[in-house]
Design a protein around this ligand. Sequence first.
Ligand code: SF4
Ligand code: SF4
Length: 327
Amino acid sequence: MLTPEQVKNILKENCINLRFHARGGQGGVTASNLCVEAFYGYGVCQPRFGAERMGSPTESYVRLSADYNLVRDNSAVYAPHFVSVLDPSLLTEVDVTAGVPHGGWLIVNTTMNQLEIQDIVKRKDLNIATIDATRIAFDILGRNITNTIILGALVRVSHLVTLDELADAILKRFKGAIAGKNVEAIKQAIEETCLYETGNDPDFSENTKVPYQQVSLGLPGYQELDIAGVWYCDEDVIEVGSDQVITGSWGEYDMIWDEEKCTDCAQCWFICPDFAILRKKGEDGLWHMSGIDTIHCKSCQNCLEICPVQAISKKLKQSPASCATPE
Ligand code: SF4
Ligand code: SF4
């Protein structure tokens, strides 16, 4: 890992690029804004959104340099030296390491270790940092907003900004108790970040720009998917559709249905935005609730809130993290 002095020297003549992968609502764009606001030199950031839905994959890009002329570019970052992934489920849905040069850093909110991550991203030449940001977010902020926490891990590995600089930017942007809680969460993230280093650093002077491919994991791309993830129940109408858009990976909870408590009022079925409440025809000829479709349930919790008899509950998907490296 580079020292703060080495990073400062690199920034005099080079641009350091970052990319944030998040889901709508997790604050990936705010994270990129905070990077620029906390940085002592010059910086630009741009967001990129897909479908305008809470939980859909988003990206945001940051360029930082001490030289004003090196950040005058508003295009997407194709070759980031640091990639931050705010939601672990994105590892299997988006090619998060696309364009990252050898020795680049992959920072992931996850409870997985580096071997599991390497297995998913099919790269062993990257430095990896992991942080259980979801747990810290619930513990300190009370909700799953992991953007500032992932920045804590970024501070630990990149030395692009210091804790004090980031804290100042947060105190300017957020008000009152929430600002203090975010700073507390960042401090905890800096302490808890697990590092798996290759011993290599990226060549920051190299022009590593390569075309960025959004989907390269064998998953359908925009040309194969229907517009904005519209559902089609009849596969004869269109060969792809709801089966291909796995919104079940968008949320952080498993929703649990208690058949004993359920009175079959169907309120959850009416309110579910993803047709994830399953119903089947009974022997009486009527339709009855039969479960929750985990492929499409994005854990928006509408059903949990509307159920009059508390027949639906939730369980966090992510289990506690460990820095332990398996044998
Ligand atoms: S949480 Fe409930 S309402 Fe929301 S997508 Fe899942 S099943 Fe549907
Ligand atoms: S809202 Fe509750 S009681 Fe009504 S069908 Fe859904 S789970 Fe059952």
